[in-house]
Design a binder for this molecule. Sequence first.
Ligand code: ATP
Length: 232
Amino acid sequence: MEKLLEFKGVSKSYRSKSALNNISFGVEPGKIIGLLGTNGSGKSTLMKIAAGLMPASAGTTTVMGVPVGLATKSVVSFMPDHPLTESWMKVRDAVGFYRDFYSDFDEEKARKMLDFMNLHERDRVSSLSKGMNERLQLTLTLSRQAKLYLLDEPIGGVDPVARTKILDAIVEFYSEDSSLLISTHLVRDIERIFDEVIFIRDGEVVLQEEVEGLRLKHGKSVDDMFKEVFAE
Ligand SMILES: Nc1ncnc2c1ncn2[C@@H]1O[C@H](COP(=O)(O)OP(=O)(O)OP(=O)(O)O)[C@@H](O)[C@H]1O
């Protein structure tokens, strides 16, 4: 099967600091994949390269067989680890901004998601709590009709109630002909939604496995495996 996203020998250095070292892996369509690693392991860097926001220092990255660039941006929806909305906006302005900016934005889906998330169009973005803001960013990102969704730490820094809501929304609004790559180090809370996991440590892939296979083969949860692989 053709890979939806593929990294081949991708490396990235920031000046003399190496962040990614010869990364190769592929993502198939129709899967929710966890990109798991501790702080500084290279998750955000990898996501930014796949989103076409940052060039790699070496190697190739393709989306549906096409090298990452202008053409692939239209099928990739990226949620960075910081909000893209402006503080003057109300929720309705943020939705309008995405609708005007992305031709694949599905306003109907956005409204359903806002409702699910208990967000109101009249809410001011600046007055949203961190958890509510994460819900808004996720709504905007998933309301694009993309093929590949990249979510960088979508549950970082939010309380367990907000985490559950965010994960429920991902499962509820995920369309099965696309794939979702989700970076996090909060493995225990999120592992229930993954089909597959990729462990990244010091800029290198150390494991890629289907979650079911991993549980059968090692008799462990993803969280237990994560703690074992990343023990200091
Ligand atoms: N703009 C930058 N300039 C210099 N070094 C950077 C820059 N961005 C990231 N790095 C370094 O590259 C490495 C990988 O960083 P990256 O942000 O990709 O990791 P991460 O897994 O997303 O971390 P976190 O979970 O803390 O967000 C780290 O050592 C980081 O310090």
